[in-house]
Design a protein around this ligand. Structure first.
Ligand SMILES: Cc1ncc(COP(=O)(O)O)c(C=O)c1O
Length: 398
């Protein structure tokens, strides 16, 4: 009785400070407002318009029909971990044991679990930005401090000033986060920069978290796979690599990804997975296993890449033809990050685009203050839809 009267109603129902202070994603703010409207050409989310390849869906459905609907190992099915290790080894010319792989309930969950493994309240995390908002908010949820290191625009391309980044990576930094190919800019790290950063982090005991979910979406001439940190690191380096089935195999709604960790983290990892999601549904894992081990998996990635290259070309050419739009060329991912002259406020512009012409783009400010004024256009759509979007933008600009 005494306790109940001494607490103010407001203080009893508020979440902790770190939660209140999280920034909500303004991509969602824009998209939620427009969802359900059929007159919108939406390019705000990072996903393909195409469904999951049929052979993957069938593998998942067959497993469900067989009754693979029970709890399974925290780290994932042994056969899937083996299949991912073989796939990753093949892709990057390395020998990766399955013992370093953990299957997670999405790339987002892989990111959160990786951070929970090594971050404590008060730790400092340096993040190369602009970046997908979730990545910069997660350390804050854990009470860590985020220091942003912005990419720069040089000669019409995004570039990492690696010397300036090194200067920020003082020994008191706990973790460096790099996402390459990058969401939203498409910037893709150079192999030499990976090496340089790794050596510096190694010297100072800094953890590296490398988000490589777009690694198969690399469009550099003669390079269809983006450079992976796994190819330059030693097994005992303080490196955690995030990957996902969402982008390469068009499985966004399946919610499955994976982590590649040093052996030193593996004994404790099952506990952290247990207290997050416990395990990924077995039938979902069977779909993923088909994706990485059936030869049709590579065929579907080729098909996706061909479509992306065509849409990307159509979009960039269309934007340049409109005029007054800056759209730097980028090597990877599935986004064009663009800036319209005389439109410095991205959220206001994104809202006006939806309201006036039904064009759904993500506001740059969602990816950090350094991206204010920019808009993200996901081009994982067919050329007809891209042409429709361009026409709407033309109308908007009068
Ligand atoms: C950079 C980056 N990392 C991770 C993810 C997470 O993907 P998912 O949770 O669908 O596996 C995304 C999704 O857009 C992303 O852009």
């Amino acid at each position: 009785m005494t306790v109940a009267t001494s607490l103010s109603p407001a203080s009893t129902t508020l979440p902790r400070r770190e939660v209140v202070e999280l920034t909500s994603s303004s991509i969602r703010d824009i998209a939620n407002a427009g969802m359900g409207r059929t007159d919108i050409a939406a390019f705000w989310f990072g996903e393909s318009d195409l469904p999951t390849p049929q052979f993957i869906a069938e593998a998942g459905m067959a497993a469900m029909a067989r009754g693979e609907t029970r709890y399974i190992h925290n780290l994932g099915l042994a056969s899937l971990r083996e299949a991912i290790a073989a796939y990753s080894s093949r892709l990057h010319g390395i020998t990766l044991p399955a013992s370093r792989i953990a299957v997670t309930s999405s790339g987002v969950s892989a990111l959160m679990i990786a951070m929970q493994m090594v971050l404590s309240p008060g730790d400092r995390v340096v993040v190369v930005t602009p970046i997908w908002p979730n990545i910069a908010e997660m350390p804050r949820l854990l009470g860590a401090e985020v220091v942003r290191h912005p990419l720069v625009i040089e000669n019409g391309r995004w570039r990492l000033d690696v010397e300036a980044l090194i200067a920020r990576l003082t020994p008191d930094v706990r973790m460096l986060v790099v996402n390459s190919p990058n969401n939203p800019t498409g910037w893709t790290i150079a192999r030499e920069d990976q090496q340089f950063l790794l050596e510096h982090c190694r010297r100072h005991g800094i953890w590296m978290l490398s988000d490589e979910v777009y690694e198969r979406l690399c469009f550099r001439p003669g390079e269809s796979v983006a450079p992976s940190m796994l190819a330059v690191a030693e097994p005992e380096d303080r490196l955690m690599v995030i990957n996902s089935f969402s982008k390469s195999w068009r499985m966004t709604g399946w919610r499955i990804g994976w982590l590649t960790m040093p052996e030193g983290l593996m004994a404790d990892l099952p506990k952290v997975i247990e207290y997050n999601t416990s395990c990924v549904p077995g039938f979902v894992q069977r779909g993923a296993e088909a994706a990485v081990s059936d030869p049709r998996g590579e065929e579907s990635i080729e098909e996706l890449r061909d479509g992306l290259i065509a849409s990307r070309t159509a979009l960039i050419q269309g934007l340049h033809a409109i005029g007054g739009i800056e759209a730097p060329e980028a090597d990877g991912a599935m986004y064009t990050f663009l800036r319209i002259a005389g439109r410095p406020e991205s959220l206001a512009t994104a809202k006006a685009l939806v309201a006036e012409v039904g064009l759904g783009l993500a506001p740059g400010s969602a990816f950090g203050p350094e991206a204010e004024g920019w808009l993200r256009w996901c081009y994982a759509a067919d050329e007809r839809k891209i042409a429709d979007g361009l026409e709407r933008l033309r109308r908007f600009l009068g």
